[in-house]
Design a protein around this ligand. Sequence first.
Ligand SMILES: C[S@@+](CC[C@H](N)C(=O)[O-])C[C@H]1O[C@@H](n2cnc3c(N)ncnc32)[C@H](O)[C@@H]1O
Length: 246
Amino acid sequence: MSMMLAPAPAAVARWRRDWETVMRFYQPGRDEFLSAGLAAVEQTLGRSPERVLDVGGGPGTTAEAMLRRWPGAHVTVLDVDPALLALTGTAMPHVSTVRADIATEQWLASAGGPYDVVLALMTVHYLTADRVRDWYAEARQLLRPGGLLLVGDAMRDAASVVPAPPAGGGADPWAAWWSMLGGEPAMAPLLRQRAAVLTGLACAEFIAPVHWHRDAARRAGFADATVLHQRADHVLVSFRRSGDIR
Ligand SMILES: C[S@@+](CC[C@H](N)C(=O)[O-])C[C@H]1O[C@@H](n2cnc3c(N)ncnc32)[C@H](O)[C@@H]1O
């Protein structure tokens, strides 16, 4: 039997809280984005969703927020990162976790479904433009007819804004969070797994305007693209799965 150290639940709770602080740095108004998304789901479905897939759901903080609002829902968190999925699993054993890489179409085979809602927050920018186009078609296959896709990310012309350095010139909060985790002995085996899994995987830093996403989603069989919330260049857009693609 392995004597692997398991991260203590109290530490996991703290790291997940810190994760949210980091994500709020990159996505000011994050709570408003999520509220707008969850309200749109209820309005579109006319009820709470039964099955939800959070693509690139990381340590499951969004899943937790959804379960607070929809306690009867079955939520699946899919991510390529075994360390983040372990945080989700420790904090919320009742949430399904799936390790899969959305940079290839093979993720579909393990993603389950059909779902009422598929969401991807701050995740599609990891993919190349061609993959994002295909990803829309793949996400559609996971949705029930009439189901809703929520995509939240930076959306603008790639050249229109130069990314600002971290305020005060301090450490990048993302790098600082991972460095903090790297100092935790209980996370060492998971971080070794993570390093192996992420070898060769890079963030494409893909940024495109809302109309690009609308067009890609429409070609993939989605209708009713709706901007639910926008702050600076961060946008949350919903797309409804329409009937069969003609
Ligand atoms: C910036 S984080 C956002 C996490 C979460 N959606 C949130 O808002 O808190 C991006 C997430 O996408 C995941 N990710 C990046 N590339 C991926 C890939 N190729 N396949 C699956 N997940 C990926 C990362 O591991 C990470 O959890």
